[in-house]
Design a protein around this ligand. Structure first.
Ligand SMILES: NC(=O)C1=CN([C@@H]2O[C@H](COP(=O)(O)OP(=O)(O)OC[C@H]3O[C@@H](n4cnc5c(N)ncnc54)[C@H](OP(=O)(O)O)[C@@H]3O)[C@@H](O)[C@H]2O)C=CC1
Ligand SMILES: CC(=O)N[C@@H](CCC(=O)OP(=O)(O)O)C(=O)O
Length: 314
């Protein structure tokens, strides 16, 4: 049996290494490796990109754009983990659970842009509520994301792991220009038309992420309550392998009243929880920023594209 040829451009980086770990367990793929001293050599990267059936781009945005321009082989499918192409025409958003028909698009497309980690959680939580008409598309929302430091890639990991900086011990809000790079994809792929106020917070733990969105029923479709929100989400993701909607107010999702943002670590799962009283709800989606938030999602997209079992290697 001939094996699929896979290249990871950025194989030494955080998401690239994780993809390698996932592919190493598989016998149906051959991973094309680049010599360490040539990993930024455009000619060598071009050779391997064009030799691959699927190439993952685990690179900063500028290098991902450069890599895309190096591909001339019409058979090569690019799966870009960076922010560069997530709202660009001609690229398919790498979230199979986005909507009916998304898997068919991923199967056909040779250009797949994988979602950002915060955006994955936000979109999975909000898209069904907008589609169901419970959340009006123009509603001004706010969202907070608590994330582990591996989301910041090699440089942030080194900063945290060096130790000795007391400022890194407490959670740090950022994105305070109100222009986080995930906001365009959050709008484009939920159907929301008003930019949400989005504030991520990075904490002193390696990985795991939870996006919280507060909702006031007075601003939603008439009659909407916590049960209706949970039901819309549960119906939308019924039968999905990697998206799990928890029961309304699920005490089991809490640890003595606290929500564990690391509960989906080392999995490709996103769990969505709804907590509500008579007037308000908080929808929280948690995932592993290097799992469903990045490398796991990229491998899932590859499996869908190649027509394989979607969970292979995950
Ligand atoms: N970490 C996460 O949780 C997530 C990351 N992403 C995105 O995925 C992409 C990769 O992120 P991440 O793995 O965290 O980043 P890292 O910083 O950990 O790794 C990036 C890698 O790309 C290499 N690189 C940089 N420029 C070039 C170039 N011109 N040619 C070849 N290689 C190059 C770097 O080399 P060197 O080793 O020399 O620095 C590094 O190994 C980014 O766009 C990021 O935003 C997406 C979702 C989640
Ligand atoms: C902690 C941290 O810095 N996290 C990153 C998100 C990582 C991610 O999803 O990456 P891309 O959108 O770049 O692909 C951030 O908020 O910018």
């Amino acid at each position: 049996m001939s094996r699929y040829r896979i290249f990871v451009d950025g194989q030494e980086g955080t998401t690239g290494l994780r993809i390698h770990e996932m592919l190493a367990r598989r016998s149906d793929v051959e991973v094309l490796l680049i010599d360490a001293d040539k990993r930024k050599d455009s000619a060598e990267r071009a050779r391997l990109l064009n030799a691959a059936d699927v190439a993952f781009l685990c690179l900063p945005d500028a290098a991902a754009k450069e890599a895309a321009a190096l591909v001339t082989n019409p058979n090569t499918c690019l799966i870009d983990a960076s922010t560069a192409h997530r709202t660009v025409a001609g690229w398919t958003f790498g979230l199979p659970e986005l909507a009916a028909g998304q898997r068919a698009k991923l199967r056909e497309s040779k250009r797949i842009a994988n979602p950002g980690c915060h955006a994955s959680a936000f979109i999975l939580a909000l898209r069904p509520l907008v589609d169901a008409g419970l959340v009006p598309a123009a509603l001004p929302l706010s969202a907070t994301s608590i994330t582990g430091y591996s989301g910041g890639g090699k440089s942030m990991i080194a900063e945290y792991q060096a130790g000795g900086n007391a400022k890194l011990e407490s959670p740090r809000p950022y994105g305070l220009t109100l222009a986080h790079k995930h906001i365009p994809e959050m709008l484009a792929h939920t159907g929301l038309t008003t930019k949400p106020v989005f504030m991520p917070i990075v904490g002193n733990f390696y990985k795991g992420l939870a996006v919280s969105v507060p909702l006031h029923f007075s601003q939603l479709a008439p009659g909407t309550d916590g049960a209706a929100i949970q039901r819309a989400l549960a119906q939308r993701y019924e039968g999905e392998r990697f998206v799990k909607v928890l029961p309304l107010g699920d005490a089991a999702a809490l640890d003595g009243g606290f929500f564990d943002v690391q509960a989906c670590n080392d999995s490709n799962r996103c769990e969505i929880a709804v907590f509500a009283d008579a007037q308000q709800a908080i929808v929280i989606a948690r995932l592993d920023n290097l799992g469903k938030g990045a490398s796991g999602a990229a491998v899932q997209s590859m499996n869908v594209h190649l027509g394989l079992d979607e969970g292979l290697g995950l």
